[in-house]
Design a protein around this ligand. Structure first.
Ligand SMILES: [Zn+2]
Length: 424
């Protein structure tokens, strides 16, 4: 057992429905075989457990490990291609790079860079868009298993509208997904996600193949893109003349369930929000990506009012980095820019979106630092004189301190990352 001593902040209850920031100025967390078994003021826990080894994390703030619900493994090297709208960015930046993962040694190097980026940013769980090449997906799963992250991922499938090397067939999509799921779903901390790239590049037959994998591999997840950019939405509507709307292109195949996470949904209609709420599906909001590609201002208020679950995604490489602190900050900016249509986000909202909301979207029993949870945590500890260090020392309240973490924190301030009590 280990007694962790730190300034602890988490959001066990949803602030969108009345929850508030939980804060322990000098808190103790007893971690037993990777699970938090007691929590309280450090002094009183120490009196109860006088002989346990103490891990002293004073200075800075200990938060639940971040949960990134939308991030692309093959795009780590194209981060920072700014100024293009979605379809042009895919054609010129993302897809040529994704073709390179056909080469196994290239995929191995990218997998190491990608997983290293997640850990360095304090992300402990992620829903990862894999590669179009099955061997490269094996490479990713092997790397996350070696490092110890919680990752749900899968083979990305498409059979039209992309460069030829990225295309598959319905039968091949099914067979390769089944083989990958058999190897990785439920193995340690890895799980499988059925992943059509988006319905723009996926025919009805391949969406059916995706539905068959979901049915034949119980407990697997589903993820894709939806309603990201007006030109993309118009193209999908033209391709699926019988569909009610973009969400309907997936729902008609039984792909929208409580185990579905759809990325973006910037241009959602009310009918789509009603459907998503009814299916209890989750949306991954990716504010940096939405800004970088000019995709639009995410209607968070309408999602919350319809009861649609929302979490955060970095959407690397359209997003500009792995930091979920930056995504929280950017989400706050975008809601402010929406004026009366936006939601005023408190620091507790941002922390919830970056941690527990993502865990709920992925069905993971992590995301806060309460008793019974596995100890997934990130220690944010800025160096002396760093503006975040100055801010934390002069913060007026715990909420103010947390606001400074989101405003000023970067991966350079991540001093430690744990998954299930294991320091990565
Ligand atoms: Zn994406």
């Amino acid at each position: 057992m280990t007694l962790v001593r730190a300034r602890v902040m988490d959001t066990p209850e949803d602030p969108f429905t009345g929850g508030t920031l939980r804060h322990g100025e000098d808190a103790g967390l007893l971690v037993t075989e990777g699970v938090i078994t007691a929590r309280g003021a450090y002094g009183s826990l120490r009196a109860t457990f006088p002989d346990e080894e103490v891990l002293d994390l004073r200075g800075g703030v200990l938060l639940p490990g971040f949960v990134d619900t939308h991030v692309h493994y093959p795009q780590v090297r194209v981060i920072g291609s700014l100024g293009l709208p979605l379809l042009e960015w895919l054609e010129r930046c993302a897809l040529p790079e994704e073709c390179r993962l056909a080469e196994p040694s290239y995929a191995e190097a990218v997998a190491r860079e990608f997983v290293g980026g997640l850990v360095a940013a304090g992300t402990t769980s992620a829903l990862v868009f894999g590669s179009h090449f099955a061997p490269a997906v094996d490479t990713l799963f092997a790397e996350v298993s070696r490092v110890g992250l919680r990752v749900t991922s899968g083979l990305v499938v498409s059979d039209r509208a992309l460069p030829e090397p990225l295309l598959t067939t319905p039968d091949r999509a099914y067979e390769e997904a089944r083989a990958l799921a058999a190897r990785w779903h439920g193995e340690g901390r890895t799980r499988y996600a059925v992943t059509p790239r988006f319905s723009y590049s996926t025919s009805e037959a391949t969406l059916d193949a995706c539905a068959a994998v979901l049915k034949d591999e119980p407990g697997t997840w589903f993820t894709s893109h939806v309603n990201e950019n007006p030109a993309e939405v118009a193209a999908v509507n033209a391709l699926f003349a019988d569909a009610l709307h973009y969400v309907g292109t997936y729902d008609a195949h039984g792909l929208v369930t409580e185990r579905s996470v759809l990325a973006h949904n910037v241009h959602a209609t009310d009918d789509e929000l009603v459907l998503l709420a009814g299916r209890d599906a989750a949306v991954a909001h990716c504010p940096s990506s939405n800004s970088a590609l000019g995709s639009g201002l995410f209607p968070l208020r309408r999602h919350v009012e319809h009861g649609v679950r929302v979490a955060l995604g970095s959407d690397v490489g359209a997003g500009t980095g792995f930091s979920m602190l930056k995504e929280g900050l950017q989400a706050s900016f975008m809601q402010a820019l929406l004026g009366p249509d936006g939601l005023l986000l408190t620091p507790a909202h941002l922390l919830f979106l970056a941690t527990r909301a993502g865990a709920l979207a992925l069905g993971l029993e992590v995301g806060d630092l309460g008793v019974g949870r596995e100890f997934d945590a990130v220690w944010i500890a800025p160096g002396p004189g760093n503006p975040l260090d100055v801010g934390l020392r002069h913060a007026a309240s715990p909420e103010d301190a947390l606001a400074k973490v989101f405003a000023l924190g970067t991966p350079a301030d991540v001093a430690g990352v744990w998954v299930a009590g294991e320091r990565l």
